[in-house]
Design a protein. Structure first.
Length: 272
């Protein structure tokens, strides 16, 4: 799909007054894809319109997980300048590990503590594991480690399980290439954050972006906007910055203004 098609779909979705998790997933997907397309001409995400699409994607992704909480019917969320009522849903493919991680990194990039804390309480066993496709065990440990981090709990056991679970002999589902290039690097980066290792973090970030580029620069992937922003490395870089680490690495894959957070006062598309 082209950017204009995502925009048309999004505009149609935002006129609805009542939405379920599938609708919210569509709003999240369309908003994030539009933001990624816009980075071609706005690589640092300096333009408020690009920023607003990131914010809209974050709001929709959180609402999608709220929809599977008990008594969620009637939960109102502001999307595109309108109050939309969220209908209660049951966990499905839109509530799996990958979608949870996307929601978390968007909340982190948006510096929205309320969204982060709500995501930190999503049940791994009752939501993520039953939502759809099965993931390698290390992915569930990674989610648990992140949730514990944001709840200020001990992360050591979950974090060690996540790292050890990426060993080739432990991988059953993901391809070795995806683990090496996309899934493991943010885990290594987070280890450097926890260790407050500034030099090590910057080395890990640079490596993660090189691996991201290698994966998304192949002939099959080069034109896929999913690769235009390295969302997980960006999210961990924001956490590193908040932990007091200096970020020396610059890349079009981690847009400057999303990293700096100097745009947070903007609203969503159509909110002005």
């Amino acid at each position: 799909m082209r950017c204009g098609e995502y925009t048309e779909d999004l505009d149609e979705s935002l006129v609805e007054e009542n939405v379920d998790s599938r609708d919210l997933h569509g709003i999240q997907r369309d908003s994030l894809m539009i933001a990624k397309f816009r980075t071609v001409d706005d690589p640092t995400v300096a333009e408020s319109e690009t920023q607003r699409y990131v914010e809209l994607a974050s709001a929709a992704s959180l609402a999608k997980f709220v929809a599977v909480e008990p008594l969620s019917d009637g939960y109102g969320v502001d999307l595109g300048g309108r109050k939309i009522t969220v209908q209660e849903s049951t966990p499905d493919i839109h509530h799996d590990v990958d979608n949870w991680l996307t929601a978390l990194w968007l909340a982190v990039v948006c510096r929205n503590e309320e969204r982060i804390q709500r995501l930190a309480t999503v049940s791994v066993d009752n939501v993520l594991r039953v939502a759809g496709p099965e993931y390698d065990d290390f992915m569930y440990s990674w989610v648990d480690a992140l949730q514990r981090y944001f709840r200020n709990e001990d992360v050591q056991q979950s974090f060690v399980s996540a790292i050890e679970g990426t060993a080739p002999e432990r991988i059953r589902i993901s391809s070795e290439s995806i683990v090496l290039r996309l899934l493991y690097p943010p885990i290594e980066m987070m280890y450097r954050v926890l260790d407050r290792d500034e030099a090590g973090f910057n080395a890990s970030l640079a490596s993660a972006l090189d691996l991201h580029r290698a994966y998304w620069s192949t002939r099959d992937n080069a034109d896929d906007p999913d690769g235009f922003i390295a969302l997980a490395p960006l999210g961990v870089a924001v956490l590193a910055k908040q932990a007091g680490l200096r970020i020396d690495v610059r890349s079009e894959y981690i847009p400057e203004h999303l990293l700096l957070g100097d745009w947070i006062s903007v609203g969503e598309p159509g909110s002005e």
